[in-house]
Ligand binder design. Structure first.
Ligand code: PRP
Ligand code: ZN
Ligand code: MG
Length: 212
């Protein structure tokens, strides 16, 4: 029997809510986060727990058929995946922030500056569109520390509550994109898998209607 393979974030902001959403959709699977591969008992679904940053690649390669991941990661990895459904949780924005006492009168102030980010593709594209030429420093985490240690003049990172910016003496000046958790799929799914995906999406939509 054909099964749909879904990739979820192993641990992080989206992991609990992703599993919760599937469970609310009536899909039963073992609740053991240490097992990286598991199966649902009442829906043809195989579940893989992966690092969120790796999910677009795994889906593009066909290791998984679909995945739940932040739209920001989907955009950054740029793997030509289809957004099958926006899931309405994990809402945040990808924003540029500067030291809180630094004057900032507009995007043009970033000309010639160094920007630290884990989202170099999105940021480069955005700056290009805005006609800004800045130096991008790719770092994979703790980006907010960069201005304080003299590594960058500004950062671009996810903001949810804003408390990480506040703690690090930064203020948000430009929103580059809005993000939330999305269900992504490979564009070339077999017919059987596309049908399973439709069933899954139908159930997820039912959960969201019931929640509202
Ligand atoms: C994210 C993001 C920010 C922080 C923003 O990091 O990279 O650092 O959350 O959230 P806040 O506005 O509510 O403070 P996360 O904790 O997910 O870790 P990561 O950067 O290692 O992925
Ligand atoms: Zn991550
Ligand atoms: Mg972070």
């Amino acid at each position: 029997m054909t099964k749909l393979k879904i990739a979820l974030q192993k641990s992080g902001r989206l992991s609990d809510k992703s599993a919760e959403l599937l469970r609310e959709a009536g899909i039963h699977f073992p609740n053991d986060g240490s097992k990286l591969r598991t199966e649902a008992s009442n829906f043809p679904l195989e579940i893989y727990l992966l690092r969120d940053d790796d999910i677009p690649q795994y889906v593009a390669d066909g290791v998984a058929d679909v995945g739940i991941v932040g739209l920001n990661v989907v955009a950054e990895k740029d793997k030509n995946l289809k957004v099958a459904e926006r899931l309405g949780f994990g809402k945040c924005r990808l924003s540029i922030a500067v030291p809180k006492n630094e004057p900032f009168s507009g995007i043009a102030d970033l000309n010639g500056k160094r920007i630290a980010t884990s989202y170099s593709r999105i940021v480069s594209r955005y700056l290009k569109e805005q006609g800004i030429s800045a130096e991008i420093h790719e770092i994979s985490g703790s980006v907010e520390i960069a201005p304080g240690i003299g590594l960058a003049d500004a950062i671009c990172d996810l903001v949810s509550t804003g408390s990480t910016l506040l703690t690090n003496g930064l203020r948000e000046v430009v929103t580059v994109m809005h993000s939330e958790a999305v269900l992504v799929a490979r564009p070339d799914l077999s017919r059987e898998k596309a049908e399973l995906l439709d069933k899954l999406v139908f159930r997820l939509q039912a959960v969201r209607k019931a929640r509202n």
